[in-house]
Design a protein. Structure first.
Length: 412
């Protein structure tokens, strides 16, 4: 069953995602060793907070297009119009957040070079996310994963000489920004090459309307994923964030197959090309594969962390082990959140994301002051488990989706 699960589009998407995660891990090793825990924590805040701002600024339109483009209820022109319209409020948000973070969370954001890199990264990430999800909506799932992986590889190529020759938080942040700009450029070229017949822009209002309904799913899940890092920085120190960033990166490897499967099923359910039973069966098989893998990594955690990152990161072992459990608990939501959005259950998908957001805030406030990075990891495990439990309940109780259109777009 596992070989059957990991073939075709799922395997292609998972392969590129795995490559991206592996290169990200190598990049994380270089930045952790060259910057040290404190500056590595500041870099994690730059990436996490800018990413959250970009997703908030998109107002869920990047998720909405993945439902409506396969059904032809919106087209690329309408999506382009919405994407350009939203860039102005996003820029205002990034400027305001830069000031607030520099004042109350991390003074490194007050450095003009770091602050400008943060704003640039946020804008570039916004466009990258919009175009990658447009490729997903077109059915070009492997292409989207490939572009993301190549951007990650470009980031690694920029970070390595900086780490070896002149370690610097500002230069490293700009390297991350440049890599996302490269992603944007490559995505635009590929989208243009697959251009369809000329059409008048259509569906912009529909994307904004449904996008706002999906904001809880898109932003809620992102805040649940990254809010722990931000709250840890606000409630603890950059040193603790540095430890947490080292723990998060290798634990996130467990998301690769779940994310790949979720991407494929999102498109398939939107096009009416799969069944509820088939979706649940795939989740069960995937978990049967992931649990023993996580158990082996958990047993080797102490040796792995110190070997890869160095003895100064020994305190990351405990949060890493907790995060392995958290990632297993998250797997059903990664798949079913997208599936619910694909069948049009926008409020249900958003409810799961919002629940995670609420729980991550509550439990970080309770656990982080006394437990530091381990408290943030435990808060994540609680939130992820609740998100998956609600997603399973929502999906099982959902009515059968309407048939939709089975063969819209290019299905790789």
């Amino acid at each position: 069953m596992i070989p059957r699960l990991l073939q075709g589009r799922v395997f292609g998407t998972a392969s590129w995602t795995a490559f991206s995660v592996a290169i990200s891990a190598l990049t994380g090793i270089f930045t952790a060793r060259s910057l040290g825990p404190t500056d590595r924590g500041s870099l994690a805040l730059v990436v996490s907070i800018a990413g959250i701002c970009a997703l908030v600024g998109a107002l869920g339109t990047n998720v909405a297009v993945r439902r409506h483009l396969p059904r032809q209820s919106a087209n690329r022109g309408g999506y382009y119009r919405v994407t350009v319209l939203l860039i102005v409020p996003l820029t205002i948000v990034l400027l305001a957040v830069t000031y607030l973070v520099a004042t109350y969370v991390d003074p490194d954001f007050g450095d003009p070079a770091v602050g400008l890199a943060f704003i640039g990264y946020g804008i570039a990430y916004y466009f990258s996310n919009q175009w990658l999800d447009l490729l997903n909506a077109m059915g070009r799932l492997r292409t989207s994963s490939m572009v993301n992986a190549l951007g990650t590889l470009f980031c690694f190529a920029l970070v390595v000489p900086i780490a070896l020759l002149h370690p610097s938080l500002a230069l490293t942040a700009w390297a991350y920004t440049a890599s996302v700009v490269a992603q944007v450029a490559l995505s635009m070229v590929l989208i243009r090459l697959s251009r369809g017949p000329a059409e008048r822009p259509r569906g912009a209002r529909l994307l904004l309307r449904d996008g706002s309904r999906l904001l809880g799913f898109n932003v809620g899940q992102t805040l649940a994923y990254q809010g722990d890092t931000v709250l840890l920085g606000a409630l603890s120190s950059s040193y603790q964030v540095g430890m947490y960033a080292v723990a998060v990166s290798p634990a996130a490897v467990l998301r690769i197959p779940s994310t790949a499967l979720g991407q494929v099923l999102f498109h398939d359910v939107a096009a009416g090309a799969t069944t509820k039973v088939a979706v649940l069966r795939r989740i069960a098989v995937l978990l049967a594969f992931l649990v023993p893998v996580a158990a082996v990594v958990w047993a080797l955690a102490g040796w792995l962390i110190e070997l890869v990152y160095g003895s100064s990161y020994g305190a990351a072992v405990e949060p890493f082990r907790i995060l392995l459990v958290a990632e297993l608990l998250l797997s059903p939501f990664i798949i079913l959140g997208r599936t619910l959005a694909g069948i049009g259950r926008t409020w249900s998908a958003s409810a799961c994301g919002l629940l995670g957001l609420v729980l991550i805030v509550i439990f970080c406030l309770i656990l982080v002051p006394s437990m530091g990075a381990s408290g943030a990891a435990l808060a994540s495990a609680i939130a992820y488990g609740a998100m998956s439990a609600l997603a399973i309940a929502m999906y099982i109780s959902s009515p059968r989706p309407d048939p939709g259109v089975r063969t819209i777009g290019e299905i790789e």
